[in-house]
Design a protein around this ligand. Structure first.
Ligand code: HEC
Length: 285
């Protein structure tokens, strides 16, 4: 039984591994000199840990604060945790699901983390007691819409909240589809399509199929859409710039405003935390 559920979870894991760290992270990963500049918080974001380890509440994995609390006093805690980060905790799991603090029975190996980096991350989680106050530096409460548009603009979360009622959308998503106990979350925001209609896209050669839309976060994470995705496919009905989750303002691990493509198979691929800008570009031949 355990084995078959392992198998059904694997494809999601591979897609996740390809998506969550983002292009910028891969470039940073292979850039010479990166290994020396160990900034654990940066790693937690760029290697994708943050997709499953939230700050205020459990998402897929346990909050790092809970990990530090439980593991802190244990012998060789950093080494044990580092081993779990690199090799994963399958098949027996470290017990977080049973404690009700994770929604997945085990963690996959983190292939984008070296043993040394994992030891650094584990020590950091234990030393900081799992708190991530540094996330505040990424938090955005306004974003811009610019590029090849008639009217570029900047919007604050408060201005977004004041959009006419018919423009506000509420959608339910299961944030991590590969989690076995799929918990639904209720998001509130405005469709990216509505924002782009307000800005009015201008195509230099009148060919809208050459238009792409790039959403970018304060931390450099990207999500890219084509005009067709947004205006002529079901994808567009689910691309939401949102400011509320389950009736609450977004926490520091997501910023005050974020974007998600909620109809994608893997929701961590085009989930932009700390949304900073939406840029419309024309792809030349
Ligand atoms: C796809 C979701 C996911 C990602 C991504 C992820 N984790 Fe986890 N993590 C989990 C789950 C689920 C658990 C609970 C595992 C268990 O109980 O066996 C966990 C547990 C842990 C634990 C506690 C292990 C223990 O022995 O108590 C640590 C530490 C941890 N993760 C660190 C990390 C770090 C660092 C990263 C990024 C390099 C990361 N995780 C990425 C889902 C994830």
């Amino acid at each position: 039984m355990q084995e078959s559920s392992t198998q059904s979870l694997l494809p999601g894991a591979f897609v996740w591994a390809a998506c969550a760290p983002g292009l910028a992270a891969f470039l940073a990963l292979w850039a010479p000199g990166y290994a020396g500049a160990a900034d654990e918080l940066d790693m937690v974001i760029k290697r994708g840990c943050i997709a499953c380890h939230g700050v205020t509440e459990m998402s897929v994995g346990p909050r790092f604060a809970d990990v530090a609390k439980k593991r802190g006093g244990q012998k060789n805690a950093a080494e044990t945790l580092a081993g779990h980060i690199v090799k994963g905790t399958a098949p027996e799991g470290a017990g977080w699901l049973k404690e009700g603090k994770a929604s997945m029975p085990f963690m996959f190996p983190s292939r984008n983390v070296t043993p040394d980096e994992a030891l650094g991350l584990a020590s950091w989680i234990l030393a900081t007691k799992g708190e991530m106050p540094g996330l505040a530096q990424y938090v955005s409460d306004r974003f811009s819409v610019s590029g090849t548009v008639k009217t570029g603009f900047e919007l604050s979360v408060d201005e977004l909240r004041k959009f006419p009622r018919q423009d506000l959308r509420e959608i339910d998503v299961v944030m991590e589809p590969m989690a076995t106990a799929g918990k639904k979350e209720h998001l509130k925001g405005v469709l990216l399509r509505t924002l782009l209609e307000k800005a009015v896209i201008v195509s230099p050669d009148r060919d809208l199929r050459k238009i792409i839309i790039v959403a970018k976060s304060v931390s450099g994470q990207l999500a890219i859409f084509s005009w067709v995705d947004i205006f002529d496919s079901a994808t567009g009905d689910g691309v939401l710039v949102f400011f509320e989750r389950d009736g609450k303002a977004l926490a520091d691990d997501e910023g005050r405003v974020a974007l998600i493509s909620s109809k994608d198979t893997n929701l961590s691929c085009r989930h932009v935390r700390w949304l900073k800008s939406i840029e419309v570009r024309h792809v030349a031949d």
